[in-house]
Write a protein of this length. Sequence first.
Length: 366
Amino acid sequence: MAQYQVGILGGGQLARMSMIAAHQLGVKAVSLDPDPASPAAQVGPFIVGSITLPEDIAKVMSCCEFVTFENEFIPASALREACALASFDPANVTPRIETLEVIQDKLTQRRALLAHSVPSPRAVPAADARELGFPCVLKARFGGYDGKGTRYAKSEAEYLSILGEIDVQQWLAEEFVSFNRELAVMVCAGPTTSCFPAMVTEQKNHVCDLVYGVDEEDTQERATKVAIAAVEAVKGQGLFGVELFEHPDGRISVNEIAPRPHNSGHYSLDWGGTSQFEAHILLTLGIFGAVQKGKSTWMANLLGQEGAQDYAKALAALTEKHPEARMHWYGKAEAKPGRKMGHLNICDDSMDTAARDAFYKAWVNL
Ligand SMILES: Nc1ncnc2c1ncn2[C@@H]1O[C@H](COP(=O)(O)OP(=O)(O)O)[C@@H](O)[C@H]1O
Ligand SMILES: [Mg+2]
């Protein structure tokens, strides 16, 4: 018998919330991160090591029955090597290594979607951007997050100037989408497929800011269908966050697939139904049933602020003035401006961000 049932590669907030869910379910889990004080290490067993080193991943595999991850940046080759080192069955990695491999290169991901007729912006290697015309979007094929690795080329001149700053082999170019809204659907691909509701995700400076439910039935249905098709296109098993564009004419296309819990699903910690982290753990064990729906709940991210001070004081101010807000804090050592530090969930239809404002105000001592 392995010491742990689930090994989570990574130690950030997604690993932390997955660890808490595992604990609640009575599933023994362990995380992997170079920092012994990582957000996940603060809430449960951990192994200190790198998520990109086969030897360190193998340490996790050696003591776990099943393995999953919290981001798509672990090279598929490192996972395969780790499986060989630890004599670990690759079928016990969820999502599958083959799926991760397709997703972690945004160009092969786009090609997989288009090959399966899933609506998605046309993409080519960055060197061929002229085929698309301008404006277009240039993206790092590997490792982008929170808009780091996304550049807009409005004209050929801008494109040429960006080319001077990037390694063109490592970038793609894709059609610019003049979207109406950005949506996201969490897909649970287990013994059966079941989805969380489609959510609107509002970004500020390319970082997710607010998440709330899509009201229109018809949009819910169509977004869900496209998201499921996207996950099928990459032969997905496990939990996936599918980011979508809603076009001005109502059409829905896929921006990208995240093979893991996703910021757009954080509200589910407090909606009274299945949480995405519970789903993630159960899907990793291969025993998921179906998403149980809860009440309408929205989420506001809490980002690091210039001059941020005492968290405890800010929490006190929040709870005193806004008892309706549920706090989720990730325990990151440094509140660098823009870094995701926590989020608030509010189980209500109103979209009043006064609770977040009050928190920030107390946090930066305004
Ligand atoms: N083709 C596109 N057209 C217009 N905006 C885009 C396009 N692709 C991405 N964006 C914008 O940039 C953001 C970040 O891009 P994304 O591919 O999701 O990268 P990340 O990995 O940083 O989340 C998206 O949420 C969206 O707002
Ligand atoms: Mg994205």
